[in-house]
Design a protein around this ligand. Structure first.
Ligand code: SAM
Length: 214
């Protein structure tokens, strides 16, 4: 998602107490110095307008959340939601997740959410997919053992690629469906994203996987 450039977006983000930029990463210090507790840390990569991460943070005050988004103009939308909700357990990072290991210490993260990630359909850009072997190797460096990646998309090709990528990396597939909305059990507590609302309205089935890093 790339919104029209909003003049002053960078400056507004840099002034916000909720937002950290790539120059202010708190590697190894999120719990102690930012959230000031020992709660589990869940992150979302590519938060878009932030419905998912703000919704989860509001519902689960016992968990700390970080929403990661690379575009200032998009992050500004989440920042506004956060300002209205004033959630103590949510912070935002503006960065490209390619450099995610600069943001977190080994084992610092308990869970990673990826929602409707960019598909990069051309083979030559496959490494840029957030579920490629390259990204899984980065996640291995920041996730706790037993931690997981939860991924939703309506893009079947990207989903099938991701299932294979998880298997090839030697992670355990804890859950796989090509139609989340027909699985009543898994739908309990499901937080829909902006893209998810749009695509379910169009009748597209939503795929979901849970990959466990063992
Ligand atoms: N997750 C949201 C949803 O489901 O409604 C937004 C989906 S949108 C297709 C993908 C988002 O991921 C965009 O906002 C994009 O800027 C962000 N994004 C893509 N690649 C990224 C990366 N490498 N690092 C951080 N954010 C990224």
């Amino acid at each position: 998602m790339r919104l029209r450039n909003i003049p002053g977006a960078r400056e507004k983000l840099e002034e916000s107490i909720y937002v950290f930029t790539e120059e202010e990463l708190m590697k190894g210090r999120w719990k102690k110095e930012v959230f000031k507790n020992e709660a589990p840390l869940h992150i979302e990569i590519g938060s878009g307008k932030g419905r998912f991460i703000t919704g989860l943070a509001a519902e689960n005050p016992e968990i700390d959340y970080l929403g990661i988004e690379k575009y200032s103009s998009v992050l500004l939308k989440i920042m506004k939601k956060q300002q209205e909700l004033d959630l103590d357990n949510l912070r935002l990072i503006r960065m490209d997740a390619t450099y995610i290991t600069d943001a977190f210490e080994e084992g610092e993260v308990d869970r990673i959410y990826l929602n409707f990630s960019d598909p990069w359909p051309k083979d030559r850009y496959a490494k840029r997919r957030l579920t490629s072997d390259r990204f899984l190797a980065r996640y291995e460096k920041i996730l706790k053992k037993g931690g997981r990646v939860e991924f939703k998309t309506d893009n079947k090709d990207l989903f099938d690629f991701s299932v294979e990528s998880v298997k090839d990396a030697g992670w355990k597939l804890g859950y796989v469906t090509h139609d989340l909305y027909s699985d009543e059990e898994m739908l309990k507590g499901n937080m829909a994203t902006e893209y998810e609302l749009k695509f379910t309205k169009l009748g597209n089935p939503i795929c979901k996987l849970i990959a466990v890093y063992e």
